[in-house]
Design a protein around this ligand. Structure first.
Ligand SMILES: C[S@@+](CC[C@H](N)C(=O)[O-])C[C@H]1O[C@@H](n2cnc3c(N)ncnc32)[C@H](O)[C@@H]1O
Length: 389
């Protein structure tokens, strides 16, 4: 069976979550690096990875890897790659992004133009033509150079995978859908436990939790660039992967997910986003300040992304806000709290040191995922009657 190698990038700090997702899909891990995981899979992997993965931004098909310290080497080694296996005669191809770390070659525009020339040279001799119309499907390349090792990939996803298609309206400082999904997956929350986000903004965390709980694949309602690459993949794989995803959805479930925010307009937007994601019926939205949060249920979960002082006047209000968070959470004493914020003094004002703290990079911004674990609920004993039921 034909095997392909892929690379999927993720937020720095979330590699382990992505690795677990890939293993759950039955794929083989080649290696885990900072901010990306390399894996292999069969001819259906491209569709399954794009449709099922919740925590990656892209599924990149790896074309090759080589060492290059000069532009001549870059040209020659790019030309040696079997481009005809990937790009058809009418394909549109270009290096959409080139990034370089600790390497001799670092000018993105030079890397882009030299690699394009080398690909053209190769394809000219294979297709016996001097001119490429480039009117067919698109094959955008992503190139990374790390310590002079050039890794060449084609982006199969197209638009980033965090764009699930449901978030039309956002709050001032939204987190990506991929990050929100990863946060939920980093906690032991399960769909039968209560979940509250008191700072829900555009609803990203509750919506991603509802999708996870209902086993709705994140990419089920969108399309991917590689769907037109019938020179590489069998078109059937998309249909098969969508059928697999649909068959896993839990149709008749109920969940107790509650989403609150001080801002009434953003609550309306969050509800609209949940509707588009098909999970509005699973989330209770309400305009409410965190100070009014209370709950008589036990062993609940809070997963939330409070303000972290994007603007100066907000920064001044942070000590009071985080003290309030500490007070409200203390009252929910059997609950577990998970808070993502870039506010350095969060623990100080919450008034309790987190049981665990994970550093996660949200783009260039360093954030902390503070984890306060509550007690586990007592196990419900199965009572067996005299008939053994
Ligand atoms: C960083 S944003 C959350 C973004 C959200 N995770 C998303 O993806 O859209 C913080 C949210 O907290 C809300 N907020 C600020 N102060 C609040 C308070 N005292 N009680 C409840 N919500 C508050 C803001 O309106 C804002 O939507």
């Amino acid at each position: 069976m034909k095997q392909f190698e892929y690379i999927s990038p993720c937020h720095f700090g979330l590699e382990a979550v992505l690795k677990r997702e890939l293993l759950d899909l039955g794929l083989s891990i080649v290696k885990v690096d900072d901010g990306k995981v390399t894996y292999t899979g069969d001819e259906n992997t491209c569709a399954r990875a794009n449709i099922f993965l919740r925590t990656t931004e892209r599924v990149l098909l790896k074309v090759g890897e080589f060492k290059a310290e000069t532009f001549d080497e870059l040209f020659e080694k790019t030309k040696e790659l079997p481009w005809e296996n990937y790009i058809p005669r009418d394909g549109k191809f270009w290096v959409t992004k080139a990034s370089s770390i600790n390497s001799k070659l670092f000018s993105p525009s030079d890397i882009q133009s030299i690699m394009k020339k080398a690909m053209v040279e190769r394809l000219k001799s294979v297709y016996k033509t001097d001119w490429f119309e480039e009117t067919g499907s698109s094959y955008p390349l992503r190139v990374t150079i790390h310590k002079d090792i050039v890794t060449v990939c084609i982006n199969t996803s197209g638009v980033s995978l965090h764009k699930r298609g449901y978030r039309k309206l956002t709050s001032k400082a939204p987190i990506t859908e991929t990050l929100a999904a990863a946060l939920v997956m980093l906690t032991p929350w399960k769909k039968d436990r209560i979940l509250v986000d008191p700072f829900c903004g555009s609803g990203t965390i509750p919506i991603e939790a509802a999708l996870i709980g209902a086993r709705i694949a994140p990419g089920i309602n969108r399309t991917f660039l590689a769907e037109s690459w019938n020179n590489i993949f069998d078109n059937n794989m998309w249909l098969k992967a969508r059928e697999e995803a649909k068959s896993q959805e839990l149709a008749d479930i109920t969940m107790n997910i509650q989403a609150y925010d001080l801002d009434g307009e953003i609550i309306k937007a969050a509800r609209q986003n949940a509707r588009l994601a098909g999970v509005e019926h699973l989330i209770h939205f309400q305009q409410k300040p965190v100070s009014e949060l209370s709950n008589s249920k036990k062993y609940g979960f809070i997963i939330t992304n409070p303000p972290y002082g994007e603007r100066l006047e907000e920064k001044e209000a942070l000590p009071e806000l985080y003290k309030e968070i500490g007070k409200v959470f203390q009252a929910l004493d059997s609950w577990s709290y998970y808070i993502i914020t870039s506010y350095e003094d969060a623990q100080k004002y919450i008034g309790r040191k987190a049981d665990k703290n994970r550093k996660i990079y949200n783009g260039m911004m360093k954030t902390y995922f503070y984890q306060y674990m509550g007690p586990k609920p007592p196990r419900t004993k199965n009572i067996i009657d005299s008939k053994g039921n």
